[in-house]
Design a protein around this ligand. Structure first.
Ligand SMILES: [Ca+2]
Ligand SMILES: [Ca+2]
Length: 194
């Protein structure tokens, strides 16, 4: 009898997790921003701030997920190493014109957060070169944990399973803890779309 109950719970959990995963990340594009940085001739310069690009989330009650993509670099043979950073987080490493890590990275930008980009590391750049970065910005309700563009019971379940944790996606009021205040906020935003 007890085994039967365990199997029912396991089956129920598998179905619930499958449903949650299948409903995640329905893309809702808010904006596409292209950034080009023209570089001058430098040789073995290891730290250099240049032409910073900023993007700020000013939407109250909304979050932005930003996907950053390295598009291409012209005059590739002159590009040895680039590091692209955002809020001090290293985003993309590029070697010889090819992104080697962290391309198509998602970054969650909460209200009043600013995303900044710049190339901060260059090496053996012999001629003028251009680096192209594409930012795809998505907009969601601050309580839409699974990013399917509706705040509903699936978001409540996700928040419940992360209760006591610190993950910024499930921490709806962005105070560093997932607790009863987030549950109240989810209640206030229930049924909301982007
Ligand atoms: Ca949702
Ligand atoms: Ca919280």
């Amino acid at each position: 009898m007890r085994f039967k109950h365990i199997w029912i719970i396991i089956l129920f959990s598998i179905v619930l997790v499958s449903l949650l995963i299948s409903r995640m990340y329905v893309s809702k594009v808010y904006a596409i921003i292209n950034w080009s940085d023209t570089l001058d001739s430098y040789v073995d310069i290891t730290t250099y701030k240049y032409d910073v690009q900023n993007y700020t989330n000013i939407l109250v009650g909304k979050i932005h997920d930003i996907c950053v993509t390295f598009v291409n670099a012209t005059n590739q043979t002159s590009l040895q190493v680039y590091n692209v950073t955002a809020n001090s987080t290293n985003f993309i490493n590029i070697q010889n014109g090819i992104a080697v890590t962290a391309n198509n990275t998602y970054y969650t930008l909460i209200p009043n957060n600013t995303l900044s980009f710049d190339v901060v590391y260059k090496q053996n750049i012999l001629n003028n070169s251009i680096i192209n970065i594409e930012m795809v910005v998505y907009k969601y309700s601050i309580s839409d944990c699974n990013r399917d563009d509706i705040v509903d019971v699936f978001d409540a379940v996700l928040m419940g399973t992360t209760f006591g944790g610190t993950n910024v996606i499930y921490d709806m009021n962005k105070d560093g803890t997932i607790d009863v205040f987030d549950a109240v906020l989810l209640g206030n935003h229930f049924g909301e779309t982007s």
